[in-house]
Design a protein around this ligand. Structure first.
Ligand SMILES: [Fe+2]
Ligand SMILES: [Fe+2]
Length: 263
């Protein structure tokens, strides 16, 4: 069994300061083999925000795998956004922008889906899907980690990232079993499974771990225990109107005949 922690949308610069210590405590208590962070580490990709996010990462003992979100490239400086969109990110968090990590029997394939030319929407770059498929470990549970969800529920007004549909289909067919994302600041998992569009792909669309936007209602992160054909998910939720995290909610999922189901 391999234990991952999944965080998304930290939004340093517009974050819930009082939740930093409880979040770091929970991560330390979970003793994960890898912490996966699916983008929007900062709110506006500003230097002090990058520095604060980097200090947060330094306080995580476990190895980390991070990918950029749209908020990690400069929005308000179009010249910087077009000419050197990832300069600040790379300086503070290092590269590559699509990192790969192996943790026990789990292989995590990171994707940079942030697009300077379609800031909100995001994309799969040309050749990216092939690169991911080439990186699959047939002996492992393969996980893709990216900021933008591969699939969105019909209630979401925003457009899905460019080529996300093709990516979900090809990655599922190639044997990727889990997709971790964020961006929408709304947790979704069972609802995405219920669309039945990609039954072999367990898609965890995370809520925001630290963003202070009141309309998000809560902050949260997930702990995933991954075994061959099985995932146990712990969902740790911190409502905006209370201090710290509630006891985790636990859900189990099993993969049978190429289809995930909650058990
Ligand atoms: Fe975000
Ligand atoms: Fe985002």
């Amino acid at each position: 069994m391999t234990r991952l922690v999944h965080l998304s949308d930290l939004h340093f610069g517009f974050h819930r300061e009082a939740l930093i210590a409880p979040l770091l405590d929970r991560i330390a208590e979970a003793r994960p083999e890898l912490v996966v962070i699916t983008g929007d580490l900062t709110h506006r990709a500003l230097e002090p925000q990058m520095e604060e996010a980097a200090r947060f990462l330094d306080r995580i003992e476990a190895p980390t795998l991070i990918v950029p979100g749209n908020h990690d490239i400069p929005l308000l400086n179009p010249l910087a956004r077009m000419l050197w969109p990832f300069r600040g990110y790379l300086r503070h968090f290092g590269g590559p922008l699509g990192p790969v990590a192996q943790a026990g029997d789990v292989r995590v394939l990171g994707v940079n889906s942030a697009d300077p030319f379609a800031w909100q929407r995001g994309l799969f770059r040309r050749g990216e899907i092939g690169r991911l498929i080439g990186g699959i470990d047939p002996q492992a549970m393969n996980v893709v980690a990216l900021h933008h969800p591969l699939e969105q529920l019909p209630t979401v007004q925003k457009r899905t990232a460019r080529r996300a549909d093709e990516a979900a289909s090809r990655l599922q067919d190639a044997g990727v079993g889990i997709a971790l994302s964020g961006h929408l600041h709304i947790f979704a998992l069972d609802e995405l499974l219920a669309t039945n569009r990609f039954p072999g792909l367990l898609q965890l669309q995370a809520g925001t771990a630290l963003c202070a936007r009141i309309s998000d209602l809560q902050n949260e992160f997930a702990v995933l225990d991954i075994a061959p054909g099985a995932v146990r998910l712990e969902r740790h939720v911190a409502p905006m109107n209370r201090e710290g995290f509630a006891p985790p909610e636990i859900r189990d999922y099993a993969l049978q005949d190429g289809r995930w189901a909650r058990v």
